[in-house]
Design a protein around this ligand. Structure first.
Ligand code: PLP
Length: 378
């Protein structure tokens, strides 16, 4: 049986989520914009979901806009800040997902914004004094800082960053794609203007997510067409996706503490066993620090393997799905590991866990790693 430890890439759909979705694929197929009963029922289902999500996050339903996922939510937030709110200076980090970084670099190349990067230390901790200096240099900036990094798991203090943004009249966008459904977010307390989420990172379906946009902040339409989503996001709604997203978030919240503990224990167990049984392992950034990293992600630097095909392929051949992350120049260099100055000769592997993983799977992974490194040493 294959072992799946790539949950930061995507999580398996929960059976309960699937069961909630199927009636909306087979029976309740009305278009929410239709004026007959089937349309009205579909519209009501969507509005109920919006209210449920808003309730979980302590937001208002009008502040939740359904999107095709995290990428669209991030793009919409940034383009809205620039085109609708008139921001021309954006402050971000070298660790953002490409959904953010490529959008910002494109805006900079077009001459629409000046882009500044917050300095960081060798572990990827952001220098908030530098952020404050950058905020002081412009009358109104957009700050785009992710809650947690998808490659190394570093958590950023979005509460403190939100306070700083408020102090300097800046807009704050945070990519919470890796943390929604894994941590609680109280949007009455968090000083954030835009927040992006994606269902497939918490056992929901792919192709659906949402943008939180605080009341009063102007949005720019990314997709033109019909009047859906309060005229903010055109296109017939992905109703089964919205149902799945909502069911997944409700389930996540219902068991959040229990799953957090279970997954953190698995991560701690993998750390312990790696340190004890695999030679010369180290952990990238804050990955092994329970306070400063996502409990779902462990990024490990293994000793170099001088034989092809590399550790990721070896693990895949042994039925273990993980992700790589390479600071080398093999064509798929990780911008995150490069920004951290990670050792290019090492084999960088991201293990990412879900509630479906077990201790027995970690034991099997350790056994495979021992075999690989014993055969190299032999
Ligand atoms: N932001 C982060 C931090 C992510 O990890 C991902 C997905 O890998 C995205 C954005 C993009 O989300 P989606 O796949 O829903 O477009």
């Amino acid at each position: 049986m294959r072992i799946y430890l790539d949950n930061a890439a995507t999580t398996p759909l929960d059976k309960e989520v699937f069961d909630a979705m199927t009636p909306y694929l087979l029976n309740h197929y009305g278009n929410p914009s239709s004026h007959h009963e089937q349309g009205r029922q579909a519209r009501q289902a969507i509005e109920d979901c919006r209210a449920t999500i808003a309730g979980l996050l302590n937001a208002s339903p009008q502040e939740i806009i359904f999107t095709s996922g995290g990428t669209e939510a991030d793009n919409t937030a940034i383009l809205s800040a620039v085109y609708a709110e008139g921001v021309s200076h954006v402050i971000t980090t070298r660790f953002e997902h490409h959904a953010v970084l490529h959008t910002l670099i494109d805006l900079q190349a077009k001459g629409h914004i000046k882009l500044s990067f917050i300095e960081h230390d060798e572990k990827g901790n952001l220098d908030l004094a530098h952020l404050e200096l950058l905020l002081q240099s412009h009358s109104r900036s957009l700050v785009s800082v992710m809650h947690a990094n998808n490659e190394v798991g570093n958590l950023n203090d979005i509460e403190v960053i939100g306070e700083l943004c408020e102090k300097y009249n800046a807009l704050f966008h945070t990519d919470t794609v890796q943390t929604i459904g894994h941590y609680r977010h109280d949007l009455q307390k968090l000083k954030v203007h835009f927040l992006a989420a994606s269902a497939h990172k918490f056992h929901g379906p792919k192709g659906i997510g949402f943008l939180f946009c605080r009341k009063g902040v102007k949005l720019s339409r990314l997709i033109h067409g019909g009047g859906q989503e309060g005229r903010l996001r055109a296109g017939t709604e992905n109703i089964h996706g919205i149902i799945g997203l909502t069911q997944a978030l409700q389930l996540a919240y219902a068991h959040l503490d229990e799953h957090q503990q279970q997954i953190q224990n698995l991560k701690n167990y993998l750390i312990e066993r790696l340190l004890d049984e695999v030679p010369e392992v180290s952990f990238n950034a804050n990955s092994a620090n329970a306070e400063k990293s996502l409990y779902t992600v462990l990024s490990v630097a293994f000793p170099a393997l001088h034989n092809e095909p590399g550790l990721l392929r070896c693990l895949d051949e042994q039925q273990i799905s993980v992700s790589g992350g390479s600071a080398c120049s093999t064509g798929s260099a990780s911008h995150v590991l490069q920004a951290l100055g990670a050792d290019e000769d090492k084999q960088h592997i991201r293990f990412s866990f879900s509630k479906f993983n077990t201790k027995a799977e970690i034991d099997l992974v350790i056994g495979v790693l021992q075999q690989i490194y014993q055969s190299v040493a032999a």
